[in-house]
Write a protein that binds this ligand. Structure first.
Ligand SMILES: [Ca+2]
Length: 170
């Protein structure tokens, strides 16, 4: 498993970033004890909790990314782990994008390449603080940054949450 150290906060998909001014892009929220970094620290007892325009059946655009501390790394698998409660907030449809850009090209989403868009691996609830199956995908390019987005959750809820997102090179 890769070490995930730095966070890229509050980024958006390319199409959305181009449609909205920066102030709107930065307007999403998360609770203090559920910051994005909680999803990349290897501990299923902590969670990322994000409140935003996330209504069932619509695109959930609050998200976070994980910078890889060791530079460019090949990633061709991801795994999502549930939080401690509120199963309705579980991410069910997710995507992963890669980028080797820096600065605003990276943070505003102009440079991301879509690598995976599909089930999170927890459609069948594995239980609380449990990880789903690894979702494998084809990728032969090493990227320095990866962005994970949630576009569908288990049921109608006022936010999304998950304890971990793990990236794999297999
Ligand atoms: Ca965690």
């Amino acid at each position: 498993m890769l070490d995930l150290i730095l966070m890229i906060l509050r980024t958006r998909r390319v199409a959305i970033a181009r449609q909205q001014p920066l102030a709107r892009v930065l307007a999403n929220t998360y609770v203090t004890h559920g910051s994005p970094g909680k999803a990349c620290e290897g501990n299923v007892s902590t969670k990322y909790v994000s409140f935003g325009p996330c209504h069932e059946g619509t695109l959930y655009t609050n998200d976070h990314g994980c910078d890889l501390s060791t530079g460019s790394t090949l990633v061709n698998g991801l795994r999502v782990c549930t939080a401690n409660d509120h199963f309705e907030r579980d991410p069910i449809i997710v995507s992963l994008e890669g980028s080797n850009s820096t600065g605003t090209n990276l943070t505003l989403g102009a440079s991301w390449t879509l690598l995976y868009d599909g089930p999170s691996g927890i459609s069948l609830d594995p239980g609380r603080r449990k990880c789903g199956s690894i979702q494998y995908f084809d990728n032969i390019v090493e990227y320095s940054s990866y962005r994970f987005l949630v576009s569908g959750k288990r049921r109608k809820a006022d936010c999304i949450q998950y304890s971990e997102v793990k990236l794999y090179s297999v």
